[in-house]
Write a protein that binds this ligand. Sequence first.
Ligand code: MTE
Length: 309
Amino acid sequence: MKKPIDMRIQPSEITPRELYDRRHFIQLAVGASLTALFPVPAFAGDAMDAAKTSVYTLPDEKTPFKDITHYNNFYEFSTDKEGPAELAHTLKTRPWTVTVEGEVHKPKIFDIEELLKLAAMEERIYRLRCVEAWSMVIPWIGYPLSELIKQVEPTGNAKFVEFTTLYDPMQMPGQRSSVLEWPYVEGLRIDEAMHPLTLLTFGLYGQVLPNQNGAPIRITVPWKYGFKSPKSIVKIRLTEQQPVSAWMKAGPEEYGFYSNVNPDIDHPRWSQAKERRVGDFFKRPTLPFNGYAEQVAHLYAGMDLKKHF
Ligand code: MTE
């Protein structure tokens, strides 16, 4: 994100879907209900209206699979958008564990296979709005992060949640450069982490996450800029103090802890008022909280969002 924005999508060959690990896809599919779970209110006379207002689906057209998997930000592999798709095959996603610790009564190291089965999977179509002013619409597969956090029983001191990505420069060549301070760390306030929109994510487009999208497990927080959704996480730590993220360390004037999508607060080096949906020619207005204001604006009631950007 330190580099000038390059909006062009290079034509690069799609990895045939057959090449993805069939075994893991089958495991994912078995545990997954791949039908979108639209909470259609019983009183809704018109299912279309219900679907439009659902927090789990969108009227927007989905971004093609090829763009989602070939236009990535994953600095552990490359700072080029096309780099992660080429390079992320070196990431070994099995065996994989996620340590959940800190201000919890029942700290635990979860094996990825156990995490896949912890709660029912849902398909959720979310907007992803990158801080660089492009966006996508992605059909993720996962379940609410709250399902996992409940398992470890947070203490009364748990006010924040810190996420840490794998640190292994052998597997992640980008970690041999100092573009960010490694490992990649992100954080949420506990109520943000427990919000039903915050998704523990294992797949997209009905299949296991491609490595370049954060396999085998990532967080997705749709009302915040994309960098608040850390990939390939190995640790979740509940804390009393607000975590300091990798991006806050890299540029505290540019990347705040909250980083809620906000068209009214420009990034110091560019406007956030509009965005270009990947694949589109024209820009579109950016929506407050990325279009999820109805669901999340109350979390920030009374806060000065210019100060807490
Ligand atoms: N997580 C890690 N570990 N490393 C990264 O570089 N980039 C972030 C986020 N998560 C990043 C990360 C940014 S800036 C964005 S926009 C999204 O991942 C991109 O996710 P996608 O490539 O799946 O679209």
